[in-house]
Design a protein around this ligand. Structure first.
Ligand code: SAM
Length: 236
C-alpha cells in the first residue's frame, strides 16, 4: 500500500484494525515469548496500539515505527504521556520518546540496524498482513536484515479466501510464513483461532454487494526464534 492510503485512513479515522483492549493473542501467548524484564520490544507498523502498554507493564521497553503522525500523536495523547520529539539525523524519520517508549514516525523501510540493535523481541500484529503480497518479502527481509539475529518474534496472521475480500488486512498463509522466514528462524505455530464475526467490514472484489458478505477468517499465531542447536550427543 502506498503511504497515502494509510495517511487517508488515519485522517478519515478508518481504523477498524485498532483495538481498544490488549490483543487476545498477545495475552494468550506472551509467556511463550519468554519475556524478561528489560527486554526491548520492536513493534513494526505500530499504529497507536495499546499493546505497547502491555509490554511496558511487563517492564520492557518498546520501539515502535509508524507512518502516520496522527497515529503517533493520538497514541501519546490518549495515553496521557508527555513526550519529546526530534528529527533523526540523515533520515526522514522523527523520533518521539517518553520514558520506555520510543516511536519512530516515518517509513519502516528507512530504519537501520543501529536503531534496532538493542531489540530482542519483535511483535507483529496487523503489520505483515497490512501489506500486499508484493511488499511482504521486502518487509520480511528488512526485519531479518535489521533486527539482531537472536530476536524472538510473535507473529499474528490472518487467513481467508482472498477472492472474497480485498485487503488490507491481507490473507497470509502458513506456506507464505514459512517461505518468508524459514531460512532464518525456527517457526512454531502456537494457535489457530476462528475469528468468527469479529472481523471489520469486508469489501468483496467479486461479489455483487459489499454489505451482506461475511468472510470467515482464521487467525494464526507463530513464534519465530533462533536457537543455538544443542550439541550432538555421543557424536564424533
Ligand atoms: C493495520 S494497521 C496495524 C497497526 C497496529 N499494528 C495495530 O495492531 O493496531 C497498519 C499500520 O501500519 C502503518 N504503516 C503502513 N505502512 C507503513 C510503513 N511503510 N512504515 C510505517 N508504518 C506503516 C499504517 O499507518 C497503520 O497504522
Amino acid at each position: 500500500m502506498e503511504p497515502d492510503f494509510w495517511h487517508k485512513r488515519w485522517h478519515e479515522k478508518q481504523i477498524g484494525f485498532h483495538l481498544s483492549e490488549y490483543n487476545e493473542r498477545l495475552i494468550e501467548h506472551y509467556s511463550e515469548l519468554n519475556l524478561q524484564a528489560g527486554d526491548n520490544v520492536f513493534i513494526p507498523l505500530s499504529g497507536k496500539t495499546k499493546d505497547i502498554h502491555f509490554f511496558v507493564e511487563k517492564n520492557c521497553s518498546v520501539i515502535g515505527c509508524e507512518l502516520s503522525p496522527i497515529a503517533v500523536q493520538d497514541f501519546f495523547h490518549e495515553s496521557e504521556l508527555h513526550f519529546e520529539s526530534n528529527d533523526v539525523a540523515f533520515s526522514e524519520l522523527k523520533l518521539h520518546q517518553s520514558n520506555d517508549i520510543n516511536i519512530y514516525e516515518g517509513d519502516f523501510f528507512s530504519l537501520n540496524s543501529e536503531q534496532l540493535s538493542t531489540v530482542n523481541v519483535c511483535y507483529d500484529r496487523a503489520a505483515l498482513v497490512a501489506l500486499p503480497q508484493e511488499m511482504r518479502k521486502a518487509y520480511a527481509q528488512k526485519l531479518i536484515s535489521t533486527l539482531p539475529d537472536s530476536v524472538r518474534m510473535l507473529l499474528v496472521t490472518l487467513e481467508y479466501d482472498q477472492e472474497l475480500k480485498q485487503g488490507p488486512p491481507f490473507s497470509v498463509t502458513e506456506e507464505e510464513v514459512y517461505f518468508l522466514y524459514q531460512d532464518h528462524f525456527k517457526i512454531q505455530k502456537l494457535s489457530t483461532t476462528n475469528t468468527g464475526e469479529k472481523q471489520p467490514k469486508v469489501v468483496p472484489t467479486k461479489a455483487k454487494s459489499a454489505s451482506s458478505i461475511g468472510v470467515q477468517m482464521i487467525e494464526k499465531t507463530y513464534l519465530l526464534h533462533n536457537t543455538v542447536p544443542p550439541p550432538i550427543k555421543g557424536g564424533g
